[in-house]
Design a protein around this ligand. Structure first.
Ligand code: UDP
Length: 256
C-alpha cells in the first residue's frame, strides 16, 4: 500500500493512484469527525461498513442508469473508482426537516417538508462549507447553469432511488449529502455521482421507533454508532457473511 502514490487524504477516506490511467483507489478509514474536525474519534470497523454500504448503493445506481464513479469493491476497505474532476460543492437533499435546516429556519425536527429541497454548500473546510446559491456558483465559475441543471436532476434521481431503497427496509431517508464530479470520456463530459453514500452522509431514521441510525449518533454523543451502521447494513442484506448472530455451530444439511 505504501508504494502506491497517495493523491489525496480527506477526513474519512484516502485516494490512491489506481492500477490504470483514469482510475483511483478509494480507501475508507475508521475516522469519525464532526463540526469540521473539532470532534474526532476512531470508530473501529466504520470504514469497512461504509465501504460495503456505499458499494451496495453505487452498484445499484449504476444498474439503474444513475451514472457514478464507482467501478468495483477491491477488498474490505477499498474500492476502484473512475477519476473525476470533483465539483467543489456539497449537494444536500432534504425530505424531512433536521439538522441545520431545522435550526436555521426554526422548523421542528421531523416535520415532513412540502417538497424535497436541494441545497448547495461550497466545499471549503476553512470557511466551514458555507451555503451558496446558484448565483455564487455560476459567478465564481464552480459550475455552469447547465451543470447545475444536470446536478439537480441527478440529485432528484438519487433521492428517489435512495428513499425507496431505505423505505423498503423500514428506514426513513431524512436528508443526505452527495458530491459530484465531471467524468471526461474523449470529447464527452458527464456529471456523475462521486465520493460515498453511507450513514456518514445520510440521516436515516427507523420508521417504527424514529431511532437515529446515522452519524448524528456520533455528533450528538448518543453512542451506538457502529451498531446502528451495522443494522443499516444488515437490513440492506449486505452483512450476511459477517453477521455475528448467525449460528457458528453445525448446520443441518438436508440429504435425500
Ligand atoms: N452532511 C455531510 N457532510 C457535511 C455536512 C452535511 O455528509 O459536511 C450531511 C449530513 O449527514 C446530513 C445532511 O448532509 O445528512 C444535511 O446536513 P445539515 O446541513 O443538516 O448539517 P449538520 O446538521 O450535519 O451540520
Amino acid at each position: 500500500m505504501s508504494r502506491r502514490r497517495r493523491i489525496y487524504e480527506g477526513k474519512a477516506k484516502i485516494l490512491y493512484e489506481g492500477p490504470e490511467p483514469g482510475t483511483l483507489v478509494q480507501f475508507f478509514k475508521d475516522d469519525a469527525t464532526a463540526f469540521n474536525k473539532k470532534k474526532h474519534e476512531i470508530v473501529e470497523g466504520k470504514g469497512v461498513l461504509n465501504n460495503r454500504i456505499s458499494e451496495f448503493i453505487f452498484t445499484h445506481m449504476n444498474r439503474i442508469g444513475i451514472p457514478t464513479h464507482f467501478l468495483r469493491r477491491l477488498n474490505m476497505r477499498e474500492q476502484l473508482i473512475r477519476e473525476v474532476e470533483i465539483i467543489p460543492l456539497e449537494v444536500v437533499i432534504r425530505n424531512i426537516a433536521a439538522g441545520s435546516l431545522a435550526e436555521r429556519l426554526g422548523i421542528n425536527e421531523g416535520e415532513v417538508l412540502p417538497r424535497s429541497i436541494i441545497e448547495f454548500y461550497y466545499k471549503n473546510d476553512e470557511l466551514n462549507d458555507p451555503m451558496v446559491s446558484e448565483e455564487h456558483i455560476t459567478a465564481f465559475g464552480w459550475a455552469t447553469p447547465q451543470d447545475i441543471d444536470d446536478m439537480m436532476s441527478l440529485a432528484i434521481r438519487v433521492n428517489d432511488f435512495l428513499s425507496g431503497l431505505f423505505l423498503g427496509v423500514g428506514i426513513q431517508l431524512v436528508d443526505f449529502k452527495i458530491e459530484m464530479g465531471r467524468l471526461y470520456e474523449g470529447e464527452m463530459m458527464r456529471i456523475v455521482v462521486a465520493d460515498e453514500i453511507s450513514p456518514d452522509s445520510c440521516r436515516l431514521w427507523d420508521i417504527q421507533t424514529q431511532e437515529k441510525m446515522d452519524k448524528d449518533r456520533f455528533r450528538r454523543d448518543m453512542g451506538g454508532m457502529l451498531e446502528a451502521y451495522r443494522e443499516v447494513a444488515r437490513r440492506l442484506g449486505i452483512m450476511n457473511e459477517n453477521d455475528p448472530k448467525r449460528p457458528s455451530g453445525p448446520v443441518l444439511v438436508k440429504s435425500d
